[in-house]
Write a protein that binds this ligand. Structure first.
Ligand code: BG6
Length: 256
């Protein structure tokens, strides 16, 4: 505690919490853009928050990304003493396999001796595919589990980084740039005012579904993500817990 106060981390946490109007902010020391090990610290902090929030039965919906992959590595068998089922929050095929929500869920289940379900649907689908996919019994069943999640763990990305990482069409790319998107979460792109300026048609959790979720933990760090985090938090449910790092936090407070 004393160490944290000396370094000003507690002050950062309470300032960010009140400026963003969310439930809780946890800041870990360092900047994950500069020091890769800081991502492990984000993972540890997320695991601690999860532990406090687990009930006896939990359906945990998880997005993909390198940050969520780091969270997965920090989970231990102790978590599995509670009943846990990990499900991908959305379709994720299209991203690098290591970053896919399916992979992250499989690792989380493995580390905690728990169960997981796979959701093999593309990250972006056409409306025709969307309509026919959701009629598939297996997809429909997993979709039901996703929609009844009691906990959601998700990443937040810089808009352009995410658009480039996904196979975004030139038209959508142009739209994302023209409408000044700065942040991305759950396939939604946000401008600095927190308005949705583009949305990937995806099967799975939608932003509106979050209002039904008891515990939402967003994990994102690195100075380069400050704008993205600020933008998304304008839309985020007030119950959101943000786990971030000093690099992002210091940039974030400058903007308030
Ligand atoms: C993706 C999610 O898998 O990870 C995005 O679909 C999120 O919503 C992104 O923004 C974050 O990735 P990373 O690697 O920066 O943690």
């Amino acid at each position: 505690r004393v160490m944290r106060d000396l370094t000003g981390i507690s002050t950062l946490e309470s300032r960010l919490k009140s400026e963003m109007g969310i439930a809780r902010v946890v800041v870990v020391p360092g900047d994950s853009d500069v020091s890769p090990w800081v991502k492990n610290e984000l993972g540890n902090a997320c695991a601690t928050s999860m532990k406090h929030r687990l009930s006896s039965d939990n359906i945990i919906a998880v997005t993909g990304g390198t940050t969520m992959a780091a969270v997965a590595e920090t989970l231990t068998p102790e978590f599995g003493e509670k009943n846990l089922l990990f499900v991908p929050a959305r379709g994720g095929l299209g991203e690098d396999v290591n970053n896919q929500a399916n992979t992250v869920c499989a690792i989380m289940a493995d580390k905690t001796n728990s169960r997981h379900r796979v959701f093999y649907v593309p990250d972006q689908v056409s409306s025709e595919i969307y309509e026919s996919f959701i009629k598939e019994p297996l997809i429909y069943e997993v979709l039901g589990l996703i929609k009844s999640a009691s906990m959601v763990l998700h990443g937040i990305g810089d808009a352009i980084t995410m658009a480039e990482r996904r196979s975004t069409s030139p038209e959508d790319m142009e739209k994302i740039i023209r409408r000044n998107a700065v942040g991305e979460a759950f396939g939604y792109y946000f401008n600095e005012a927190g308005e949705i300026v583009h949305k990937v048609l995806t099967i799975g959790l939608q932003l509106d579904d979050l209002t039904e979720v008891d515990t939402i933990i967003a994990v994102a760090g690195g100075a380069s993500k400050a704008k993205a985090i600020r933008a998304y938090m304008k839309q985020a449910p007030r119950s959101t817990i943000l786990i971030t790092d000093e690099g992002a936090a210091k940039n974030l407070v400058q903007g308030f």
